[in-house]
Design a protein around this ligand. Structure first.
Ligand code: AMP
Length: 299
């Protein structure tokens, strides 16, 4: 089984300077799986309520995403509401309704337990820990989180971090977690907490990939019209891990290319509201933007 992703499938209500959208489909798992599906065939673990649109499940299937680990339960789908100001790097969470995610304790399908690569996308660290304990011998475990869990479930989060290889977070989250304002020092602290690689996403300023003896920086694609930054981080992780899953090597060169593919996928996500752009990208669109990054980064 290739990459398994656990995270939220959601309705998002989003306000950005470009407009407001009520209850559109989002969620950390949704964005990540769609982005990864351009590189590999991921499996997903999550839960939706009776109100989640069947056509989105059909879209996941069409993109060759394995949905054996997706449950539909009586009740309402997870709902997140957020607002962005003119700086797309900052958002305010206005509402968080866990709904069917409350008390969600999945038993992983047998083939998921054998996976080589597991991504614990942004979701309750208790759930992340439970899933991690069910997977037998993964070669790479990666995780993501957000301020909400750092503030509300720090001990559980730190416990999960001790067992993962790759930690994704944005600059604000890494600073909050480590109480360190210098990003390099903050990244090094994270490396001392368990992971061997930390990917610090800096929104429109790109991302920093930090290992024990390596550092790599990738720019964000210079996009003049950011419509909705939601899901950029998850799309980055999806592109990054999807590529790593396809490459199967995990050497320095792959890690760098993975970071560029992460940026490529994030750059498409922010061009429209929700998952719109991730629904039907073509391989040539992905290749073209990868080439554009190559030009942008070479000197
Ligand atoms: P990103 O913009 O990549 O950080 O992720 C945005 C997605 O995360 C949205 O689609 C939300 O539905 C989802 N999300 C927001 N808060 C949470 C939370 N506390 N737990 C799980 N998912 C969340």
């Amino acid at each position: 089984m290739s990459l398994v992703i656990v995270g939220s499938l959601a309705f998002d209500t989003i306000e950005t300077p470009k407009g407001r959208k009520e209850r559109i489909v989002g969620g950390s798992c949704t964005y990540c799986a769609l982005a990864a599906s351009y590189f590999t065939s991921p499996g997903i673990v999550g839960v939706v309520g009776e109100d989640f649109p069947e056509e989105v499940i059909e879209l996941l299937k069409k993109r060759k995403i394995d949905i054996q680990g997706l449950e539909r339960k009586p009740g309402k789908t997870f709902h997140w509401e957020g607002r962005y100001g003119h700086d797309p790097n900052f958002r305010t969470t206005l509402k968080l309704e866990m709904n069917v995610f409350d008390n969600f304790k999945p038993e992983l399908p047998a083939k998921y337990k054998e996976t080589d690569m597991l991504f614990l996308a942004n979701i309750d660290p208790d759930l992340q820990e439970d899933i991690l304990s069910q997977v037998k011998k993964p070669k790479i475990v990666a995780m993501d989180t957000i301020n909400f869990w750092i503030k509300n479930k720090r001990p559980q989060l730190v416990r999960v971090m001790e067992k993962v290889d790759v930690f994704f977070a944005n600059d604000e989250e890494v600073k909050l977690l480590t109480e360190e304002i210098n990003l390099i020092k903050a990244g090094k602290r994270v490396l001392n907490m368990g992971p061997s690689l930390v990917v610090i996403k800096k929104g429109e300023h790109g991302a920093l990939v930090l290992g024990k003896n390596n550092i790599f920086g990738v720019l964000a694609y210079p996009c003049e019209d950011v419509v909705d930054p939601t899901g950029a981080g998850d799309s980055f992780a999806g592109g990054f891990l999807g590529y790593m899953d396809r490459a199967r090597q995990g050497n320095q060169s792959d890690i760098r290319k993975a970071a560029v593919f992460g940026s490529v996928m994030a750059s498409y996500t922010i061009e429209d509201f929700g998952i719109e752009r991730l629904k039907s990208l073509s391989d040539s669109e992905i290749k073209d933007r990868f080439s554009a990054f190559k030009k942008l980064l070479s000197f």
